[in-house]
Design a protein around this ligand. Structure first.
Ligand SMILES: [Zn+2]
Length: 460
């Protein structure tokens, strides 16, 4: 009896020490890929799902097995803009609207230079402190790091990963912060962000009255400086495809933002191609990598109250996520050492209205679920399923909406409150996660908590 008891104890002790050893040596997420669908609120996801797969389908990222709801308010606003919400994900700190990864800073818009471009930094001294970003922490740990977007590379979302500045519109200053060795460089990026992709060439190249009227007033050619520092500098999709690993990479594919997916020029890569290339380059680092991928044009289309383009951009973003899942499952089967997070920075004011029949085109006018006939508003006029809370498109007296017109590529949905442009929504957004430590993402949590969970997962 005693022997059996001792054996059981020994066995239990052995199992316990084995479990402890495993928990101590269990590698944290070596790799993190953070996908940010700018403005991709819950209704936009549902509408994109119906647009692509009908009601019963799912987008690829909706198949990730862990989910959470995220509160997005900023330090000073109930409804956030992209800068502090991305800053919260990247630094774990609530930040004021319009501020890029600076705690307690007041947003002071840049002043105009002699050419009329807003390049004069007016942030002032001691205007906020800079908490480390997850990209900076990953770099400090020896990992490779990257940030890629379909917007300007200096735009709020990518900027919040590698920059600290009191105003999101200080694009010329943000550009300086990522060029190693030059004035204004962010030294926390050490030898430089390993992969950078997006648009915004004007902020990286010198002013010229004819050829580059929005260029830099200080005469610096930051793309040439990148090259001198050893970067592979790409201007087109073809350039990007030819890049080989073991060199830092910067791809700037447009003067401003990249094109909408539906109108994309052949010289610009797709977000999925950019994602695949980034993984190819970054995954060569044996210590792992952090990559931020932004589907930034979802937000632009919603601001333009063009639902079709917004839904197409979600599908494009979803393709990039599927590319990452496929590549990472080849490199890390089971995703045991890779954490993939997909979320949005804030909602928009688009809603699904009326009681459309199942299978009715999501972009069309409402056809009643019972009769199949066009549904009418209180004044006897037809209306679309997708409408906005705020935006420019409101008439004093509504007129019938033609179904074909409502589904045209350039249709702008109607709005309740007349505003110069459609704005952000303050509702919670969704988060999806898969892979290493993905189970920690659950419940309704602050956006700042996402930083803590990623940091813990990566052991940073
Ligand atoms: Zn945003």
């Amino acid at each position: 009896m005693k022997t059996i008891h001792t054996c059981a104890l020994l066995l239990a002790a052995a199992l316990q020490s084995q479990a402890m050893a495993q928990s101590i040596t269990a590698p944290p997420a070596k790799n993190i890929i953070f996908f940010l669908g700018d403005g991709m609120g819950p209704t936009t996801i549902t509408a994109a799902r119906i647009y692509k797969y009908r009601e019963e389908g799912l987008l690829n990222f909706e198949r990730l097995d862990r989910t959470a709801r995220i509160k997005t308010y900023s330090n000073d606003a109930m409804v956030t803009d992209s800068a502090p919400s991305m800053g919260a994900y990247m630094t774990g700190v609530k930040i004021n609207n319009d501020v890029i990864s600076l705690q307690g800073a007041k947003p002071r818009a840049p002043g105009k230079d002699a050419n009329g471009n807003p390049s004069v930094d007016r942030c002032g001294d001691n205007n906020g402190s800079a908490p480390p970003t997850i990209l900076e922490l990953a770099k400090a740990s020896g990992r490779a790091v990257g940030a890629i977007t379909t917007t300007e590379l200096t735009h709020a979302t990518p900027a919040a990963t590698f920059s600290h500045i009191c105003n999101r519109n200080a694009a010329y200053t943000i550009a300086q912060q990522i060029v190693p060795g030059g004035a204004g460089y962010n030294p926390r990026l050490k030898d430089g962000v390993d992969v950078l992709m997006g648009g915004g060439r004007v902020y990286f190249t010198p002013f010229d009255a004819k050829s580059n009227p929005h260029g830099r007033a200080d005469g610096r050619d930051l793309l040439a400086e990148f090259k001198a520092d050893g970067y592979f500098v790409a201007a087109t999709r073809a350039d990007m495809m030819s890049a080989l690993p073991n060199r830092k990479f910067v791809g700037v594919y447009a003067d401003s933002h990249l094109d909408y997916a539906a109108d994309r020029k052949a010289t610009q890569p797709t977000l999925a191609e950019m994602t695949g290339k980034s993984i190819e380059l970054l995954s060569k680092n044996p210590k792992g990598f952090f990559l931020m991928v932004e589907g930034g044009k979802i937000d632009h289309a919603l601001h333009d109250s063009n639902a079709r383009k917004a839904l197409e951009e979600v599908v494009d973003f979803d393709n990039a996520i599927q590319t990452a899942l496929d590549r990472m499952r080849q490199l890390d089967p089971g995703l045991d050492h890779t954490l993939i997070v997909v979320t949005a920075d804030h909602d928009h004011t688009m809603v699904m209205n009326g009681y459309p029949k199942r299978g009715n085109p999501i972009l069309g006018i409402v056809h009643d679920y019972a009769t199949g006939q066009p549904a009418l508003d209180a004044d006897g006029k037809t209306y679309t399923t997708l409408v906005y809370g705020g935006g420019p498109n409101r008439r004093e007296t509504r007129v019938d909406v033609d179904d074909a017109r409502a589904q045209a590529p350039d249709y702008h949905q109607e709005t309740a409150v007349r505003l110069p442009g459609e704005g952000h929504g303050g509702g919670d957004v969704k988060l999806y996660a898969a892979g290493a430590r993905a189970a920690s993402f659950k419940g309704t949590i602050e956006n700042t908590r996402v930083f803590e969970l990623m940091k813990a997962a990566a052991g940073l």
